[in-house]
Design a protein around this ligand. Sequence first.
Ligand code: GUN
Length: 285
Amino acid sequence: MDKAKIIDGKMVSELIKTKVTAQVSKIKAAEQRIPVLTIIQIGNHKASSTYIKNKKIACEKVGINCNVLNYLDTISEAELIKIIDELNNNAEIDAILVQLPLSEHINSEKIINTIATKKDVDGFTPKILGNLMLGHYNLLPGTPKGIMALFKHYQIQLFGQHAVIIGRSNIVGKPLANLLINASATVTVCHSQTKNLTTLTKQADILISAVGKAKFVTASMIKENAIVIDVGINWDEHNNLCGDVDFENVLPKVKMITPVPGGVGPMTIASLLENILYLYHINQT
Ligand code: GUN
């Protein structure tokens, strides 16, 4: 494998975690209250349980307290709103994360909008997303933030480059498109209704896939020497973790690529840790 081409998200995330650990150690040394993240999980969605476990482990490793509140998926919207309201008013809690997706009977937008902006560690509330669009970056959603950090670390030029994003979610596609536009890239956002997808992806200097389908992006969809960012977290037919990109066949063609695991995933978690600390500091003042 051509290691020089691999964007090592695990390594970059460790650099970030070292900084976070140092900051938490300072807080502990000053005998101040330790930062606290509360995660709300509804039901027992397989992927969500894995993500939550990883988030909790990451918090504990850097010295942040993380508690997970798990509710049955029969919980009503009103009950969930009441729980979030209580967390909003609890001065001991710095950051609230409601793991998505939620059950069908719950309106996710309504639930997200209940989270106080000052505790919105995902950056999914309207004010934060509006600020992002305008180029004011106090706190950014974890995955787009993590991807931008990878571009910075590897000095990947965005200015004037054509970035093609596959996926228009509020979590990844839309915020990332705005960040890239603000960084002077030319951005195309593709989605499930896009016609002639390959014609567009083949124009990408930077291709970002956030689709959620194993081996969705094949070598024939990629321009020679492109940079490929794989946001997908899927399981293949052998139940192995894999991304959206047919990695083995795409690798010879690209300039750089993120692997799965070890690419974007660890960066999302590192960004979450940074966001918890950011909220801790604004809530302390
Ligand atoms: N589900 C998939 N990704 C995320 C994320 O970044 N945050 C939350 N809350 N739910 C998710």
